[in-house]
Design a protein around this ligand. Structure first.
Ligand code: MLT
Ligand code: ZN
Length: 447
């Protein structure tokens, strides 16, 4: 401990249980673990020295960004050193020539969006936890969110990385080369490795154009199939399509209960699709035209002003907090091929009722990627059984047990539903090559 204090300063090594507490439990209160101490380094050099000191003592290390994760990946395993990266908060200057910027791993997504927008750009990834989620965590989990339809996940935004390997050596490719054909894509490997291979300390992020002209529509449908069926038409008639988010009547009712929002339509409908277009010139008339010609809609509302758009987005973006206000849910983040989405939704309720009859599923997600967030309230002590039933259903539809939240500690027992033995063994070989003593994020990802 003395050695860690010498590296980062005594005030940044927390051993007092009260000071450690906020780092030891995730915000959903589903995961908790006691850390030997919390260490808060402020530079790549300090992270490297901390890892060297931990390696010398055989101490395991868990890495944490904004602690907004949903699978327990950033919560201590127990008895390990928790390395919190929030002090790595350096904001670089946007380089307009390359449309890139360099930021520290502890910079929040909102702060990165702020500097990008001030310079006339934007960030290709956006999600509801933007005010707390950090760039390092977004990269480590290959986070997705509400813009994947247009710009891809976090891995696609990374053009440079500095990362510290478990032995304290530093890997740095920060030139931001858009083309680089020299061997393995190590940055792509570290992105999405959930802190099991290296600690990301700095990233060079690709920026996207800033489209200030927006139009948002909330579309109502009588079935998931109808909502899925309008997608191809929307994609081809709306080149400015930037988001397509799905939710259902029970989620909307919960959102309205906790937020006091008015009903969006005179009548309740089965499924809702929130779509956003973003462009240089006002996309409203194109969106109106697309909505008017779409088949299968039962009602629609379009907002062309900022306040109206925020109001429509609130129906979708307050799902997570409204669910948490009801209790501690089983939270599953899955994806299936889009064509199988209606079948998944149809079979979810009976599958869940089969193991937990009084459970209440609340489902929403990112429809273009076939990504559903399956939240199950009132599952009592049947969290494990509900998870098992849902994840097996997803696997039977050729889906993934984790679409954008990662595997963390929560999904480890089910990894083999989505990855073959050969794939898991290949991942284990990579882990063993980079982290032979298993120091980084013990218990995360691997069964
Ligand atoms: C979302 O899309 O809102 C997030 O993934 C959060 C969640 O699943 O609760
Ligand atoms: Zn999501």
């Amino acid at each position: 401990m003395k050695q860690l204090a010498d590296i980062v300063g005594a005030e940044h090594v927390l051993t007092d249980p009260d000071l450690k507490a906020s780092y030891e439990t995730d915000w959903t209160q589903r995961f908790t673990g006691s850390a030997l101490c919390v260490v808060r380094p402020a530079s790549t050099e300090e992270v490297a020295a901390v890892l060297r000191a931990c390696a010398a003592e055989g101490l395991k290390v868990t890495v944490q960004g904004g602690n907004t994760g949903l699978v327990g990946g950033g919560v201590p395993a127990g008895g390990d050193v928790l390395v919190s990266l929030t002090r790595l908060s350096t904001l670089g200057t946007v380089d307009p020539a390359s449309a890139q910027v360099t930021v520290g791993a502890g910079v929040t997504l909102a702060a990165l969006q702020g500097i990008a927008r001030d310079a006339g750009f934007d960030v290709g990834v956006d999600l509801a936890a933007r005010d707390s989620a950090t760039i390092g965590g977004l990269i480590a989990t290959n986070a997705g969110g509400i813009r994947v339809l247009r710009y891809g996940s976090m891995r696609q935004q990374v053009v440079g990385l500095t990362a510290v390997l478990p032995d304290g050596s530093v890997f740095s490719r920060m030139a931001g080369l858009e083309k680089d054909g020299t061997g393995y894509d190590l940055m792509g490997l570290i992105a999405g490795s959930e802190g099991t291979l290296a600690i990301v300390t700095e990233a060079r992020v690709r920026l996207v154009p800033r489209f200030r002209a927006r139009a948002v529509a909330l579309l109502a449908f009588s079935s998931t199939q109808a909502a899925v069926d309008v997608l191809p038409g929307l994609r081809s008639s709306l080149p400015s399509l930037a988001a397509a988010e799905l939710f259902y009547a029970p989620g909307l009712a919960l959102v309205r209960k906790h937020s006091g929002l008015a009903a969006p339509f005179p009548e309740e409908h089965e499924a809702y699709l929130l779509v956003e277009c973003a462009d240089l010139t006002d996309p409203t008339s194109l969106l109106v035209q697309a909505v008017e010609t779409a088949d299968g809609l039962v009602d629609a509302r379009i907002a062309d002003d900022a306040a109206g758009q925020r109001a429509l987005w609130a129906y979708r973006e307050t799902h997570t907090e409204s669910i948490s206000a009801e209790g501690v849910p089983v939270k599953l983040d899955v994806s299936v091929p889009v064509r199988s989405l209606p079948s998944l939704v149809e079979r979810l309720a009976p599958t869940i009722a089969g193991v937990a009859p009084s459970a209440r599923p609340i489902v929403f997600g990112h429809v273009n990627e076939g990504n559903l967030h399956v939240n199950v309230l009132d599952a009592g002590d049947l969290h494990e059984e509900v998870s098992d039933a849902v994840l097996r259903l997803v696997a039977s539809l050729d889906g993934s047990i984790s679409s954008e939240h990662g595997v963390g500690r929560a999904k480890v027992p089910w990894l083999s539903l989505s990855r073959s033995t050969v794939e898991i063994e290949t991942m284990r070989s990579i882990k063993a090559a980079l982290d032979p003593h298993g120091l980084l994020n013990p218990g995360v990802l691997f069964p």
